[in-house]
Design a protein around this ligand. Structure first.
Ligand SMILES: *Cc1c(COP(=O)(O)O)cnc(C)c1O
Length: 390
């Protein structure tokens, strides 16, 4: 029997303006193809130290336990819950989209007694609602999503520390879409545990989940009555590889760490403030162009997430054919809606390396042309409106 042969891959070159992955910088792709060394090679130990140092800058923290977990953003989420939540713990989760719902589910699977505080999709969590839920109550953890990528709403971290303190809880934050795109300042906001992913505003391929834990979170971990049910995500075990012992736990994804090193290097070279301003500027220009076309942006301006813009699909226009045309004609990927917004809105990401004036203009031009051929009357001049904002 002769074996079937397979051709080498030749992936198309896309412009990734969806909810992640985002476009990867060429130097990050080059870093991926550098020679693989051993996970205890002295050279690699140096790479690990620099990755941690740069992650501390990106998160705005001096936390000792700051490192990338092997796995995507969801592995970061799971890491926090399996380590910091014990069976019977009381956990308060803010839910204003898919990822808040996922945190509640993961917490339940850890045996927590979960209370949710819900907010409408497309809105940030309401601090008053959170305050009501914590009043006179005790919780072990309060968990919120900073940047809800399923809707494009940003919940401020301001006041969250006081809220967690008022009910004796650790403060857990999902920063998958905020890291590298929106200010986080872990130490200023008193966040106890935070996780992110590499494929959103860091513009690295998916595969690692940066996390950071405060001393208070580590104390809770050390005081556990039982071991975390996940061996792979057990922070005490992994901590002894990333710590001074360098004890083998699992083989680190060497080349992904090279890529993250380069992605973080680019973040620091650009400067955090400049990078946040770039994300804001391009999101403002995109919004101006979309509005000029007569399209509606369901998230109120004050809580709009610069890396991700939610835009309502106009009456009479079908979701899937438009996204298919954008991909086939322009190599442009935008995201469909999730949950409440499925079939009703698109999600346009301008994350990391993809947040450029060129992509703003390409997206507006391609969308205007595609909508016009779908029978939608494009009202104004999106290019002029975006140009004025740029
Ligand atoms: C993308 C995302 C996740 C999940 O990350 P994966 O890398 O897909 O596992 C979690 N939370 C938020 C806010 C996200 O945007």
């Amino acid at each position: 029997m002769t074996a079937k042969t397979f051709s080498p891959l030749a992936p198309p070159s896309r412009v990734l303006l969806g909810p992640g992955p985002s476009d990867v910088a060429p130097s990050v792709l080059r870093a991926l193809s550098a020679p693989t060394v051993g996970h205890l090679d002295p050279y690699f130990l140096g790479v690990m130290d620099e990755v941690r140092a740069m992650l501390r800058v990106a998160f705005g923290t001096a936390n000792t336990i700051t490192m990338p977990m092997s796995g995507t953003g969801s592995a970061g989420m799971e890491t926090l819950f399996v380590n910091l939540v014990e069976p019977g713990d009381r956990v308060l989760v803010g839910v204003n989209g898919v990822f808040g719902g996922r945190m509640a589910e993961v917490a339940r699977r850890c045996g927590a007694e979960v209370t949710t505080v819900d907010a409408p999709w497309g809105r940030p969590l309401d601090p008053d609602d959170l305050r009501k839920a914590t009043q006179g109550a005790r919780f072990d953890a309060v968990a919120i999503v900073h940047a809800e990528t399923s809707t494009g709403a940003l919940t401020s971290l301001e006041g969250m520390r006081a809220l967690a303190d008022s009910c004796g809880a650790l403060l857990l934050v999902d920063a998958v879409t905020s890291l590298g795109g929106v200010p986080i300042d872990v130490d200023t906001h008193g966040v106890d545990a935070i996780y992110s992913g590499t494929q959103k505003c860091l513009s690295c391929p998916p595969g690692l989940a940066p996390i950071s834990l405060s001393e208070r979170a580590m104390a809770k971990l050390k005081a556990r009555k039982s071991k975390p049910q996940s061996w792979y995500l057990d922070l005490e075990l992994i901590g002894s590889y990333w710590g001074s012992e360098r004890a083998y736990h699992h083989t680190a994804p060497i080349n992904m760490l090279y890529a993250l090193h380069e992605a973080l290097r680019l973040v620091i070279e650009e400067g955090l403030e400049a990078r946040f301003a770039r994300h804001r500027r391009h999101a403002t220009a995109l919004a101006a162009g979309l509005r000029a076309m007569g399209l509606e942006l369901p998230v109120p301006e004050a809580s709009r997430l610069p890396p991700l813009t939610l835009v309502a699909i106009p009456e009479g226009v079908e979701d899937a054919p438009v996204r298919k045309a954008l991909l086939e004609r322009y190599g442009l990927e935008i995201g469909g809606g999730l949950g409440d917004f499925k079939g009703r809105a698109w999600r346009i990401g301008l994350m990391g390396a993809a947040s450029t004036p060129r992509n703003v203009m390409l997206c507006l031009t391609a969308l205007a042309e595609t909508l016009a051929s779908a029978g939608y009357r494009v009202a104004g001049d999106p290019i002029a409106a975006a140009g004025a904002a740029l």
